[in-house]
Design a protein around this ligand. Structure first.
Ligand code: ZN
Length: 597
């Protein structure tokens, strides 16, 4: 814990306070002191930071400020890494002033963008190849977080036209030049947001990774929330405006879209600028309107989808995957069975699988405290090579994980796994949970949602309030799954004394569930049961509903499951030993090599 001085932070802070700097030995001089600005006589070079010790001071007699760099950062709101928990580790770039080179200025001029704008946004070109433009992306604190290149001599079929420095934090281009309130304008390309700036429009930003990349939403969430609305000025692709549909789903603030007719037959903001001038851009932004997502689509426009190639979460149990294919986005899978039969264990194993397969998760665990849930998951993720067994005074085994293992597993979770921070919810609170889930899905790019357990027990009395409440909840859950394209796994207990326990036939979901509405509304039903005494397995899993593929488990064909008390893992005959990604050795801390511009 605590901060270790980095030169890049000192340069970064200087950049943030707009100081021109000069290095002399180990001292970095600021042309003007950020506290006194040189006083009335504008005294220069009175302020410096020592790049080794971090000590700073201003020797102007009227000022005399001194202290440590960390205090300087606190006073000017520059973010430092104190080794606290943080999201995904992104690469740090050297924070040196960018020299705006002539070929970049000339190129932008040829695209209708003046030198003033080029300099304001610090667009430059590479030293080794002036035909490659470099766009540095600064966050709202003025720290360079991302770099994109564009080959201005690109010919179709010849390598990439655009690419970026690897492992940068995906943010928006132009954030540091925004005012922090009012209207934000979002374009696909950097040259487009520069075109809007050229037209005198404020708060124009562009996305880092083209029309399909939305990884920037999480890192820029707080930035977006400061604005009252965002105008999407994507590319016009035959009347469809890129970025608009995703922004309408994901944005935390109101979304307006530029009308297709305001593109005047052109493809993007830069084309409009060059052909019709700046006023056409201003008009297009003013005319932007809120567009509801289309409720009717033409059948011919619906994408042809091969069900077998859809993305899905594999369960790690091949026998189950063979039946249901996996857990699909847009679907709700219900995992049910009697109390205490291992449903929650199976669910947390699915959480581990989701993470391993690259699906960020959101978990609500109503019956376990957060640390209890996490401990369980830690064991499953760790696996047999890492769980240590000892025996207590009564000869009972005790299982543990060492701190280094837990630490590694934590970094594996970091930035991809989120828990609802409240247990036991009832009634109205269930609706609140749905809102939280939806926000988390948008903000953190969640792809799989796990809810255990919202219903003390599913009601089977259609006339009861509880029945209606549960039914409505599952209905809304299904809508959310479809709207946000996330996979949902819902764990629910079978009601005590429900038909099955009374010995009724179990081949009918309505009978099993006691609640026809709920099973009608979900896509897959997995029924977890304990085998009879003396059986050769620890659990039985049946598929009793399978909307996508229709394959069900017949009586006597249940998938046999085995449980390991040490790793808490559930396996089947066909499953193989899992090693999750945290076991791989992490790459070494990247250095700060100079950038090629
Ligand atoms: Zn001073």
């Amino acid at each position: 814990m605590g901060y270790e001085l980095r030169e890049s932070d000192v340069y970064g802070l200087a950049q943030q306070v707009g100081a021109t700097v000069r290095r002399r030995g180990e001292e970095l001089f600021f042309q003007l002191c950020p506290y006194c600005h040189g006083g009335e006589s504008r005294d220069k070079d009175t302020f410096s930071v020592n790049l080794k010790s971090g000590a700073f001071s201003c020797f102007r007699s009227g000022c005399g400020k001194k202290g440590h760099f960390v205090e300087l950062c606190r006073d000017f709101g520059y973010p430092l890494d104190f080794g606290e928990k943080q999201g995904k580790q992104y690469r740090k770039f050297p924070q040196k002033p960018v020299e705006v080179r002539e070929p970049a200025v000339e190129y932008l001029k040829s695209r209708g963008i003046g030198e003033e704008v080029a300099r304001k946004y610090r667009v430059t070109c590479r030293k080794d190849d002036p035909s490659i433009l470099a766009f540095p992306f600064y966050d709202e604190h003025g720290v360079m977080q991302f770099v994109k290149y564009r080959n201005t001599c690109h010919q179709p079929g010849q390598g990439n036209k655009e690419w970026c420095e690897k492992d940068g934090k995906p943010i928006l281009f132009g954030m540091d030049r925004c005012t922090g309130s009012g209207r934000l304008i979002l374009t696909e390309g950097q040259i487009d947001s520069l075109s809007l700036a050229q037209a005198g429009l404020e708060n124009a930003v562009s996305v880092p990774n083209g029309k399909n990349g939305f990884t920037w939403i999480g890192p820029c969430w707080g930035f977006l929330e400061a604005y009252s609305e965002v105008v999407v000025f994507g590319d016009n692709e035959g009347g469809e405006i890129t970025l608009a549909p995703e922004m309408q789903k994901k944005s935390p603030i109101r979304v307006k879209v530029v009308r297709p007719e305001d593109y005047l037959g052109e493809k993007d903001a830069n084309d409009i600028l060059r052909k019709y001038g700046p006023q056409a851009l201003v008009t297009a932004v003013e005319n932007a309107r809120e567009v509801p997502l289309p409720k009717v689509v033409e059948l011919a426009d619906v994408k042809a989808v091969d069900l077998n190639s859809l993305p899905r979460i594999r369960t790690s149990l091949p026998e189950v995957d063979k039946l249901i294919g996996g857990i699909f986005p847009g679907q709700v899978a219900l995992l049910t069975g009697k109390r205490g039969e291992g449903k929650s264990t199976f669910m947390s194993q699915l959480v581990a699988e989701s993470l391993e397969q690259g699906w960020p998760v959101f978990v609500y665990s109503g019956e376990l405290t957060d640390y209890h849930f996490k401990r369980w998951l830690d064991f499953q993720v760790a696996g047999p090579d890492w769980v240590r067994t000892s025996f207590d005074a009564y000869g009972e085994p005790r299982y543990s994980l060492d701190a280094a293992t837990v630490e590694k597993i934590n970094s594996w979770y970091r930035g991809r796994a989120y828990l609802y921070d409240n247990n036991a919810l009832e009634g109205e609170e269930m609706e609140g949970l749905l809102e939280t889930v939806e926000k988390a899905v948008k903000r953190y790019g969640i792809k799989a949602v796990f809810l255990d357990n919202l219903m003390t027990a599913m009601s089977d009395d259609p006339k009861s309030d509880l029945y209606r409440q549960q039914s409505r909840f599952v209905h809304r859950l299904k809508l959310l799954a479809v709207r946000q394209d996330v996979a949902v796994v819902l764990v629910a207990h079978q009601r005590k004394g429900s038909a099955q326990q009374k010995g009724a036939p179990v081949d009918d979901n309505d009978t099993i569930m006691g609640s026809g509405d709920i099973t009608n509304r979900v896509d897959t039903v997995l029924l977890y049961a304990r085998p009879e005494e003396g059986a050769d397995c620890d659990g039985l899993l049946r598929v009793t509903k399978n909307r996508l593929f229709g394959r069900l488990t017949r009586k006597g064909e249940e998938v046999k499951l085995f449980y390991s008390a040490s790793t808490k893992r559930i396996s089947s005959k066909g499953s193989s030993l899992r090693h999750y990604g945290w076991e791989a050795n992490p790459e070494e801390e990247p250095l700060l090599p100079d950038l090629p511009f």
